[in-house]
Design a protein around this ligand. Structure first.
Ligand code: ADP
Ligand code: MG
Length: 351
């Protein structure tokens, strides 16, 4: 019996490699919105507005009033691995910005049509330029601009037929985008956010900069949620070490919901930590008589060398040093808060 000849190994075209990688960074419209809003926050914006058409497949537009982009940087802006946030690998350890890979904008140009309008402080006019597959389609054109940057992504996944089809059949991403902007708005309560559908005047998220975090929660999730929240803080037992600090709001015994809402920021990054979420849910179900799922907004600060932000292309899951003891400390804090509110409640109903 003859064995089949081995197939030849060839080097993939760079454009193929880039498109495959891009599909990983930008998985759905909401991932593009997250990258764009993080860039706006990194640029020091105090006002960020998002417009979405057709769940983000037709159009995603994010406008900010941040520091803008230098016109001389526009030619390489959307190339892969171009960034203003990181220069040496060691910088990763102390990185404060949310971006660092220089991959987001590039990725968007491989799976959609990207147009950037930007102006920097003191300039008479701004520039507008469109990109495809990492490169400018034409020289930047002078244009009127007020302040900051506007990035438009059109026809997302136009060249990925399967992805477009699955997304079109599923519920569109608009709800996810509203949810994402809501979360950013709560944590960054000194930034005003708005999010609306294209062609609709009324915004679905709208916050103003003067809000406190609790006011922001009230504006977004409603007074009935905000009313049932308690402030929570925790830190390390040994304050001289000050390895970690946590603060936020958690629901009390009066709150009812079928699903957990967990808004988690670690070192100002919106992340998910399934282990922590489960651990808190356990505390709720064992402490409160009513079988309600909690509402949790939590901001955790750790020394940056304790957080590995580089384990996932979307930077969504982070891994933490001493994760177990950290979760335990938080569980204890939540438990004692709940015990307190539980006794107050019993006391109230008895009188
Ligand atoms: P990263 O955020 O990892 O650096 P991106 O591809 O998201 O990579 O962005 C590339 C660069 O473009 C950023 O480093 C930043 O200098 C610039 N940039 C992107 N968006 C904005 C914005 N809204 N305002 C100012 N600069 C921006
Ligand atoms: Mg970025």
């Amino acid at each position: 019996a003859s064995v089949a000849e081995p197939p030849r190994i060839v080097r993939l075209d760079e454009s193929v490699v880039n498109r495959i990688a891009a599909g990983e960074v930008i998985q759905r419209p909401v991932s593009a919105v997250k990258e764009l809003v993080e860039n706006s926050l990194d640029a020091g914006s105090t006002s960020i507005s998002v417009v979405v058409k057709d769940g983000g497949l037709k159009l995603i537009q994010v406008s900010d009033n941040g520091h803008g982009i230098r016109s001389e940087d526009l030619p390489i802006l959307c190339e892969r691995h171009t960034t203003s946030k990181l220069s040496a690998y060691e910088d990763l350890q102390s990185i404060k910005s949310m971006g660092f890979r220089g991959e987001a904008l590039a990725s968007m140009t491989y799976v959609g049509h990207v147009t950037v309008t930007t102006i920097t402080e003191g300039q008479m006019h701004g520039y507008r330029v469109s990109y495809r597959d990492g490169v400018m389609e034409h020289e930047p054109k002078p244009c009127a601009a007020v302040r900051g940057t506007q990035i438009m992504v059109e026809n997302l996944f136009y060249n990925m037929i399967a992805r477009r089809k699955t997304l079109q059949n599923a519920n569109d991403d608009y709800t996810k985008i509203v949810d994402l902007i809501s979360r950013f708005a709560i944590h960054n309560s000194s930034v005003s956010f708005s999010c609306r559908k294209h062609g609709v005047n009324r915004a679905d998220v709208h916050t103003v900069t003067t809000l406190s975090k609790l006011d922001a929660i009230k504006t977004i999730y409603g007074i009935s949620v905000a009313r049932d929240l308690m402030e929570i803080t925790a830190s390390d037992d040994n304050p001289s070490q000050s390895i970690f600090e946590m603060n936020g709001f958690i629901s009390n015994a009066n709150y009812t919901a079928k699903k957990t809402t967990m808004i988690l920021f670690i070192n100002d990054r919106l992340v998910e930590c399934t282990a922590l979420k489960r651990a808190i849910e356990v505390v709720y179900s064992s402490t409160l008589p009513k079988a309600s799922r909690p509402f949790i907004y939590m901001s955790i600060k750790l020394p940056s060398e304790h957080v590995d932000v580089n384990i996932h292309p979307t930077k969504r899951e982070v891994s933490l040093l001493n994760q177990e003891s950290l979760i335990e400390t938080i569980q204890n804090a939540v438990e004692s808060k709940l015990m307190n509110c539980n006794t107050t409640r019993t006391f109230q109903t008895q009188t």
